[in-house]
Design a protein around this ligand. Structure first.
Ligand SMILES: C[S@@+](CC[C@H](N)C(=O)[O-])C[C@H]1O[C@@H](n2cnc3c(N)ncnc32)[C@H](O)[C@@H]1O
Length: 214
C-alpha cells in the first residue's frame, strides 16, 4: 500500500483528519484523498472494502462513490466510517438519487414513439450498470443504511450547502436538471452514535441470492 508524501504530511499534521473517499481526480486540498486507483491527486491508494485504517477522524466525505460499492460493501463501508469517526465526527455522502433517475430516465406512459421507449430502456440500464455503479439508493434506503451503521443524526442537504463550514461547497459534480423537490443526488450528513438498526435480513438475503444467480 503506497504511502505518498502528502499522506505522510497529513499523518504528521496535528489538525483534524478529514478523509475524502473515492476522490478520483477531484482531490480536496487539506483532506486525505483516498482512491483505489493511482490517479493524480490521490494521497492514499486504498480499497475501502478492506476497511479504513484510521481512528478519531473528524470528517469523511464521498461524492459519487457509495454507489460504486455493492450493497453489502456499501453497508460495511458506512459501518467503518462510523467506527473511524470521532464521537463528534461527521460523514457527508453525495450519491445519485434513485427517485430522480426513475422520474427523469423512464417516462412510462408518456412515450409517443417506440424509439422513446427504447431510449428510456437503455438509459435506465445505463443508470444501474454504467460507470461502475453497483447499487442506487433512494432517500429512505440511504437513511436506513446510515441507521444500520449506527449513526443517530441523519440530515439531508442541498448541493453545496451545509451547516458545517468545512462541508459546504464540496460538491463538484455537474447538476443534472434538478428541482428542489427532486434533486439528482442525495446529499446526506450523518453523525452521533446509536444502536445499529439493521436493514431487513430477508431483503438483503433475497437481493444477495439474486445477484449470485445467473
Ligand atoms: C465516479 S468516481 C467519483 C470520483 C470523485 N469523487 C468525483 O466526484 O469526481 C468514483 C471513484 O471511486 C473510486 N472507487 C470505487 N470503488 C472504490 C473502492 N472500493 N475503494 C476506493 N475507491 C474506490 C473509483 O476509483 C473512482 O475514482
Amino acid at each position: 500500500m503506497p504511502i505518498f508524501g502528502r499522506e505522510r504530511a497529513a499523518e504528521r499534521s496535528t489538525g483534524p483528519l478529514r478523509l475524502h473517499l473515492g476522490c478520483g481526480q477531484s482531490p480536496i486540498p487539506g483532506w486525505l484523498n483516498i482512491d483505489f486507483q493511482h490517479l493524480p491527486g490521490v494521497d492514499r491508494v486504498l480499497d475501502v472494502r478492506r476497511g479504513l485504517p484510521f481512528e478519531n477522524v473528524a470528517m469523511i466525505y464521498g461524492e459519487h462513490f457509495l454507489e460504486h460499492l455493492e450493497l453489502e460493501e456499501g453497508l460495511a463501508c458506512l459501518v467503518e466510517c462510523r467506527r473511524a469517526l470521532a464521537d463528534d465526527g461527521i460523514l457527508r455522502v453525495s450519491t445519485p438519487n434513485l427517485d430522480w433517475v426513475l422520474a427523469s430516465h423512464y417516462r412510462h406512459g408518456r412515450w409517443t414513439t417506440d424509439d422513446e421507449a427504447i431510449s428510456d430502456c437503455f438509459r435506465m440500464n445505463r443508470a444501474f450498470h454504467g460507470w461502475g455503479h453497483r447499487f442506487l439508493y433512494n432517500r429512505q434506503a440511504l437513511e436506513a443504511a446510515l441507521s444500520a451503521a449506527g449513526f443517530s443524526t441523519i440530515t439531508m442537504h442541498r448541493y453545496g450547502e451545509s451547516d458545517v463550514p468545512e462541508l459546504a461547497g464540496l460538491e463538484r459534480h455537474e447538476k443534472s436538471g434538478d428541482t428542489a423537490e427532486l434533486p439528482h443526488v442525495l446529499i446526506v450528513q450523518a453523525s452521533g452514535r446509536a444502536a445499529r438498526r439493521e436493514i431487513s435480513r430477508e431483503l438483503r438475503e433475497e437481493y444477495r441470492q439474486a445477484l449470485e444467480a445467473r
